[in-house]
Design a protein around this ligand. Structure first.
Ligand code: GLN
Length: 370
């Protein structure tokens, strides 16, 4: 049954282009979101559960998805966060000793709708040339005109606040209580591997909901602060930007990743913009301008910070640059204990070239607590 008579499905882009495929699974479904592609060859489970992808339809550029199955540890949050999956070949079978279930079973638990047998090479080229846009995937292949009207109502990613949709509702702790340093995290969509990386370096972490104020975080008496990755446009994150401003004003140790990096830039009056196409993959080249060394990094972002404004800023220095398009990949504040990167040192998936940034953060904290 799985290999025969599969339901026809299609992808409709907001520019009217249609790509045909087949539904994975047997249900009727329609899913909406901003279409984006990830070029990583592995790490699909980590990608699908990354909260930064909330509200996005994911195209996997790799030709085979699902062939190494799923586990309950290769996850970056409690459930699948992408709004739909578009792939070339979906593997119902899997082959790996440690896998616990098939990708189909794993996606079913989050009720995720996926379509396969799509010409993803043509699709990726289309999105690359025409830029990011909203789209839908559906099994309702006879009702395109009605679906077009619904697609037109899907909000644009630019200006969209999504952190509140994925942030924790209640504060929680991570790591050992008797750890050397205490770090307060503002959760605007955090990936688990960031928490693992902090705890592994001797930090006890308290994770706060997205709308927590600096004063509330400070009352826990942390040694340092962290602003997480997350979905959506950074600009509407009024509270997070205020929290960053307050931390910087008090000159407390601060580190930000991806959305957190963009929030730190906005707190410094540097604007952000929506990229033609984001960076999503696990082989993005970065140059560290302080050491002169190259890094291969994991990336997932559709917004970026304004390069000219950063260069002209008297208190902010560019520390890392993306070698493909020279966009800003990292900054630090010249006279404050604050730095951030646009990419993902926690990888998951991806290479570990940049994990030194977590060591640097712990050193930054210890330099003031010692
Ligand atoms: N991974 C992230 O934190 C992504 C940040 C932001 N949502 C962007 O797309 O640029």
């Amino acid at each position: 049954m799985k290999y025969q008579s599969r339901r026809p499905a299609l992808l409709l882009l907001s520019d009217g282009t249609i790509f045909h495929g087949k539904a994975v699974g047997d249900k009727e479904a329609t899913s909406y979101g901003e279409v984006c592609f990830n070029t990583g060859m592995t790490g699909y489970q980590e990608i699908f559960t990354d909260p930064s992808y909330f509200g996005q339809l994911m195209v996997t550029a790799n030709a085979h998805i699902g062939n190494y199955g799923a586990t309950d540890v290769e996850t970056e949050s409690d459930k699948v966060k992408i709004s739909g999956l578009i792939c070339r070949n979906f593997s119902y079978n899997y082959s790996r000793k440690d896998a616990q279930e098939s990708l189909e079973q794993f996606l079913d638990k989050s009720d995720l709708f996926a379509i396969s047998d799509v010409d993803t090479r043509a699709l990726v080229a289309h999105i690359r040339d025409n830029g990011s846009m909203n789209a839908l995937i559906t099994t309702d292949v006879e009702n395109i005109e009605a679906l077009k009207a619904k697609l037109a109502e899907v909000p644009d990613m630019k200006g969209l606040e999504l952190a509140s949709k994925v942030s924790t509702k209640e504060p929680y702790y991570f790591g050992e209580e008797d750890a050397e340093v205490k770090i307060a995290v503002l959760d605007i969509g955090i990936k688990r591997n960031i928490l693992r990386n902090l705890a592994k370096r001797g930090a006890y972490v308290k994770v706060f909901p997205y709308d927590t104020t600096y004063q509330e975080m400070k009352s826990w008496n942390p040694d340092g602060y962290f602003l997480s990755n997350g979905p959506g446009d950074p600009e509407p994150l009024v509270n997070a930007i205020q929290v960053a401003k307050d931390i910087i004003a008090d000159d407390e140790p601060l580190f930000g990743i991806c959305l957190g990096h963009q929030v730190i830039a906005l707190a410094n009056g540097i604007s952000t913009y929506k990229m033609h196409n984001g960076h999503r993959g696990i082989n993005h080249p970065i140059k560290n301008l302080i050491t002169g060394k190259g890094e291969i990094t994991s990336q997932n972002h559709g917004f970026s910070i304004n390069r000219e404004e950063t260069e002209a800023h008297p208190e902010v220095e560019i520390t890392h640059v993306h070698l493909n398009d020279h966009s800003v990949a990292g900054i630090k504040m010249k006279n404050k204990n604050c730095f951030s990167v646009q990419y993902h040192p926690e990888a998951s998936p991806g290479p570990n070239d940049a994990t030194y940034l977590f060591d640097q953060f712990i050193e930054n904290i210890k330099s003031v607590t010692a």
